[in-house]
Design a protein around this ligand. Structure first.
Ligand code: TMP
Length: 397
């Protein structure tokens, strides 16, 4: 057995499935994470069936934050300038926040969540409402031809059989094409102690090291690695067909591999140490929340994120500690958070003067949130976070 469990986050629900009733029954699974010493891939020990997570009720809305809207607009602009693609395909287009920036005739998408597929379609883009697969790849090549830009943001890491998914990309893309995908970085997760990057949807947390091995095995090579701040630290991987080698391999690839190696990404001890830090983080967070509560403070959570589902269910944090969660996504409001069932309401309704402390469920949007919530900080409100260590964020003096 080359796979070793290094993190056990306990029984967890579907992270983005907010329930209508507090009493509603839910599906739970064991969230355990393994490091494969052979492939170097970090993955869930038990994968959840894709249609249970990605269906017509999927609530994660990519354009819910300004950070993400700006990110995708800039990305599209950069790609247009550098690659000048004539046929663009996006896998996991959500509400079309990236695709919007391309011509309807030369851009199309793959989006299995029918609610979002319908939104993208209504904007005039052909949308295949299916999971990415070899069969779909064949259909696309027949109907559309071979895209010379394939982009996928926060989607490849959702696919359990990742090798086959990459193979299907290799079979689809034009010989001169570029495949760009971005997902949370394993290195950043380990550095920031952000164990909440792990939830049902994230079948894998990728290192560049593991990606290079898998991509090479299907005839693709990485020619550039770009580090992104998005989603708490991500890697944007640029790949091309090995046998066409249209572009030279840039230094950023060896630099990323070297940085991971120096950090110890290939060593099982690194993961054992991480597991220990996560257990300490749980104790520290519970101590902080309980001590604020004892002082009579009102604590809410800011952002009903999938990450906070992991934290709350792992730490056993429920409505006794957190009164409610505020979130801007209409589809989450009026519902209850998965598992621990904390009510979710809009910021307009709940982020008022009665709030003393706000746990940063959306810690990855710290800058956007602190810029927006200056009044809260000015009147003595504080944010609580567990990333990179459990701490209190006050107004800067
Ligand atoms: P994510 O961390 O999985 O991207 O989810 C972010 C969630 O946080 C999403 O539901 C929108 C919500 N959010 C707010 O409610 N207010 C904010 O200011 C920001 C930035 C995000």
């Amino acid at each position: 057995m080359t796979k070793k469990v290094f993190l056990d986050l306990g029984k967890q629900p579907i992270a983005n499935r907010f329930t209508s009733e507090a009493s509603e029954d839910e599906f739970f699974f064991n969230l355990r994470v393994v490091f494969d010493q052979d492939t170097k891939l970090v993955s869930l020990e038990e994968f959840v069936d894709l249609p249970m997570m990605f269906n017509e009720d999927y609530v994660y809305l990519s354009s819910a934050s300004k950070t993400m809207r700006d990110h995708f607009a800039q990305t599209a602009c950069d790609f247009q300038r550098e690659f000048k693609p004539w046929l663009v395909m996006e896998i996991g287009s959500n509400d079309g926040v990236f695709l919007n920036n391309f011509n309807r005739k030369t851009a199309f998408s793959v989006e299995p969540c029918t609610n979002f597929a319908n939104i993208t379609r209504s904007k005039g883009y052909t949308t295949y409402s299916e999971f990415w697969s070899t069969e779909l790849s064949k259909k696309i090549v027949e109907e559309k031809g071979r895209p010379d830009l394939i982009y996928s943001a926060n989607c490849m890491c959702h696919i359990p059989d990742i090798k086959n998914a990459f193979l299907a990309i290799e079979k689809t893309i034009a010989d001169t094409g570029v495949f760009v995908f971005e997902d949370p970085s394993l290195l950043e997760m380990l550095k920031r102690n952000s164990y909440d990057q792990v939830y049902d949807e994230h079948a894998h947390v990728f290192s560049v090291t593991a990606l290079q091995k898998i991509l090479e095995s299907v005839g693709l090579e990485i020619f550039r690695v770009q580090k992104l701040d998005i989603h708490g630290g991500s890697n944007r991987i640029f790949a091309q067909k090995v046998n066409c080698r249209n572009r030279g391999i840039e230094d950023s690839v060896s630099e990323a591999l070297q940085e991971e190696s120096i950090f110890g990404i290939n060593l099982k001890e690194t993961y054992i140490e991480f597991g220990k830090r996560v257990e300490s983080s749980k104790k520290d967070l519970l101590n902080l929340l309980e001590s604020e509560k004892r002082k009579g403070k009102k604590i809410v959570s800011y952002g009903a994120t999938s990450k906070s589902t992991t934290v709350f269910n792992f730490c056993g944090i429920g409505p006794d500690l957190i009164d409610y969660i505020v979130d801007t996504t209409p589809a989450k409001q009026g519902k209850f958070s998965p598992g621990v069932k904390i009510p979710v309401i809009s910021p307009e309704e709940g982020f008022d003067d009665s709030v003393d402390c706000a746990f940063l469920g959306a810690w990855n949007f710290l800058d956007e949130i602190t810029k927006k919530e200056t009044e809260f900080l000015k009147r003595g409100g504080v944010f609580l976070t567990h990333v990179p260590t459990v701490s209190v964020i006050k107004q800067r003096t």
